[in-house]
Design a protein around this ligand. Structure first.
Ligand SMILES: CC(C)(COP(=O)(O)OP(=O)(O)OC[C@H]1O[C@@H](n2cnc3c(N)ncnc32)[C@H](O)[C@@H]1OP(=O)(O)O)[C@@H](O)C(=O)NCCC(=O)NCCS
Length: 153
């Protein structure tokens, strides 16, 4: 296994401008499009941390808090919150960024990503170095989500 990586190592930020093709029949950002963007960020974070191929194992939790509309600027921020043996949790926050730079949170999602070796078998991931109080809190909440999800499945 390669050396431990800190949270900053794999943080990802991506931007989108909402176009007519991204809207649903209620003229809001289509949820499926946003979920695709979120999944892509989760994959990018997991690849940077794992430095191997990854797949989405599950969406542990995903909440739509507010809508977004034509021409809005959407920013997605993803980071690693927990690493198990071959799987890890990635948190993705989506916001609308207004012209004055202020951001309004519209979605929070937690994905479980699994690292794969060259034979497409789950492979051991580098550990996650927790450096801040926030890192430790995120880890503990992720650990609780993982426990709950295991009980429910
Ligand atoms: C995800 C996948 C690789 C897991 O394979 P598997 O043989 O069940 O692997 P294991 O039972 O050894 O589990 C591997 C790890 O994944 C976790 N895991 C597996 N399925 C999971 C699920 N549905 N939700 C959350 N975690 C999951 C396990 O807890 C384990 O974590 P750990 O090693 O950190 O303890 C396999 O189910 C798969 O290929 N699924 C399809 C993935 C896919 O195509 N995604 C969409 C496109 S990217």
């Amino acid at each position: 296994m390669s050396e431990m990586k800190n949270v900053a190592h794999s943080m990802v930020e991506t931007y989108h401008i909402i176009k007519p093709i991204d809207l649903n029949s209620a003229n809001r950002l289509y949820g499926g499009t946003l979920m695709g963007w979120i999944d892509e960020v989760a994959v990018l974070v997991a690849r940077k941390h794992a430095q191997m191929s990854v797949v989405t194992g599950s969406v542990t939790n995903l909440k739509f808090l507010h809508g977004a509309y034509l021409r809005d600027t959407i920013v997605l921020n993803g980071k690693a919150t927990f690493v198990g043996n071959t799987s890890m949790e990635v948190k993705v926050e989506t916001s609308v960024e207004h012209i004055n730079g202020k951001r309004e949170l519209i979605n929070i999602a937690y994905f479980t990503m699994v690292g794969l070796d060259e034979n497409d078998k789950p492979a051991k991931l580098p550990g996650l170095l927790l450096e801040t109080e926030e890192d430790r809190e995120e880890w503990e909440h992720a650990r609780q989500r993982r426990e709950l999800s295991r009980k429910m499945n």
